[in-house]
Design a protein. Structure first.
Ligand SMILES: [Zn+2]
Lengths: 382, 140
């Protein structure tokens, strides 16, 4: 316990989410940020820090400061490129708030569908530098080939079946059907999953998240400030980054798990709770391989035991012993790129989730990204 | 149909491509820690040693993992789906390749298959590629 400078999450907000292209994200960022402020019972003039993860469709921190009319900032940062997806912004805010650099931090992530669709269609660069050893082999499409190779490697090293991966996708649809912002809400069968087309075999279309345009936001402040606010505060119990040794999407020492295992070890080492106490898990699902890696890395089950543990999907679904990705994740509610796992965890711990509420949820674990870019958080509500 | 990518050598990789043109796979090895380095660069990524010496690699390894790519890169449109494999060389480094002389199916390609280097001529460059070692061709 860190006393008065213990970081807490006191508000979350979302914009509308769009499946079409060509949508201006600026009003969406403003909607999400104002939503989080309203949720927290704060006004723009009380914000003294802004952190975000930049990228196509985003707005840098000071643009949002200007759009919102925040008078000045004591801390800000655009934490893009190599960090743990949208969670990176919240992790920076926790550090800044707990250190005393700032008191009330606004964090957000906004993305556009165009960016999501680019993953398989990167611009055509010359095959120089490291690319001279990949592009000539038709290894094209960002991390997609690497994720496909990790899936095969995992199946070869640890066993399991394609159905293990399918349960992540089917589970997302179960939850999105109960979520007011769900995007793909039709239920899927295992046959649907197993007959979806290959992108980079064994990686299927339904192993990949769904690109959207939208934004979400959260407010992080101290436990002391939170006591004066209307909204229920959720405690940031522990935070950890992870890269793994020789960090790289292809050349890292741990090809299958990347930095997830080390990240999880650091997370639990500084947490007041244990994996057995987790009530709800919100784990990145940009690709299903990533989610399975986190379940095992976090010790929610043993390494290689996911297939038995998931119990045909029952364990992670509504009413299951460990509900997973309770807003449908990015597979079914769109790629808001990481921060939406945090906002959903906060809503679950506050009991704000209506039909998808996990009864009595008090401990949540959130994780983002994979490979050399891992990040995770434990959140609690007492 | 667009052309396949042709590698653009950089100062640190020139020897790799020159030796490939002679039909040999060469890698830099660190004089300090003795480890092979891939991709070629000006210092050792393991111990930061500055002295690297090029040597002829075995050209043999095993399939570490692979995909069968259904989303073709430029120049591969007629060949999709095609295999992109990650090879673990006997020298302990991973490199990317296609797999030649084998059906591009998950029944024909498996993790752990032994492979050896061959060279594809492409627009004046000799590109190291790997093929599965089968039957008589398999050696220790
Ligand atoms: Zn060395």
């Amino acid at each position: 316990m860190k006393g008065a400078r213990q970081a807490t999450v006191v508000g979350v907000g979302y914009s509308s989410v769009h499946r079409e292209i060509g949508v201006d994200t600026r009003p969406l960022v403003v909607d999400a940020c104002l939503g989080a402020l309203h949720d927290a019972g704060l006004t723009t003039s009380q914000i003294d820090a802004v952190f975000e993860y930049p990228g196509a469709g985003s707005q840098i921190a000071v643009n949002v400061q200007r759009l919102l009319g925040i008078p000045d900032l004591r801390a800000f940062g655009d934490l893009g490129g190599s960090g743990p997806s949208g969670l990176a912004a919240a992790m920076a805010a926790v550090a800044a708030v707990e250190s005393g650099v700032c008191d009330v931090a606004l964090v957000f992530r906004s993305v556009n569908r165009e960016w999501g669709q680019q993953s398989g269609r990167t611009e055509v660069p010359p095959a120089g530098n490291a690319a001279q050893f990949t592009l000539p082999y038709g290894d094209f499409g960002g991390i997609i080939p690497s994720i496909g190779m990790k899936k095969y490697r995992r199946l070869a090293e640890l066993g399991g079946s394609e159905e293990d991966y399918g349960h992540i996708t089917l589970n997302a649809r179960q939850w999105s059907a109960m979520y007011e912002r769900g995007v793909l809400t039709q239920p899927l069968t295992m046959d649907d999953y197993l007959s979806s087309r290959f992108i980079a075999e064994p990686l299927r279309l339904l192993d990949c998240d769904y690109p959207v345009t939208g934004a979400c936001a959260a407010i992080i402040t101290t436990a002391e400030r939170a006591r004066d606010l209307a909204g229920a505060a959720v405690t940031v119990d522990s935070v950890a980054f992870g890269t793994g040794s020789r960090p790289d999407w292809t050349f890292s020492d741990d090809f299958v798990f990347g930095g997830t295992i080390g990240c999880a070890q650091h997370l639990w080492a500084t947490s007041s709770v244990t994996p057995a106490e987790v009530d709800v898990a919100e784990l990145y699902d940009g690709f299903t391989h990533i989610t399975i890696s986190w379940v095992e890395a976090l010790g929610l089950c043993g390494i290689g035991e996911f297939g038995d543990w998931v119990d045909g999907g029952k364990r992670i679904g509504p009413g299951g012993a460990l509900p997973l990705n309770t807003n449908g994740g990015q597979l079914a509610s769109g790629r808001l790129h990481g921060l939406s796992f945090l906002t959903e965890a906060v809503q679950q711990l506050r009991g704000d989730c209506g039909p998808r509420q996990v009864p009595g949820a008090r401990v949540a674990v959130v994780a983002n990204a994979h490979g050399p870019q891992c990040g995770a958080m434990v959140l609690t509500r007492t | 149909m667009s052309a396949r990518f042709v590698p653009v050598p950089t100062p640190e990789t020139g020897t790799y491509w020159e030796k490939a043109a002679e039909g040999e796979l060469w890698l830099p090895r660190c004089d300090s820690c003795g480890r092979a380095v891939f991709y070629p660069r000006s210092f050792c990524p393991h111990c930061h040693g500055d002295d690297l010496t090029w040597f002829r690699a075995s050209g043999r390894g095993v399939v570490e993992s692979f995909i069968i790519n259904h989303n073709p890169a430029p120049g591969y449109e007629q060949d999709a789906p095609y295999v992109i494999a990650l090879i673990m060389l006997e020298e302990g480094v991973r490199l990317t390749t296609n797999l030649l002389g084998v059906e591009q199916t998950p029944d024909a390609v498996r993790i752990g298959l032994p492979v050896e280097v061959v060279f594809e001529q492409r627009d004046g460059i000799a590109l190291p590629q790997f093929r599965v070692i089968t039957g008589d061709g398999a050696s220790g």
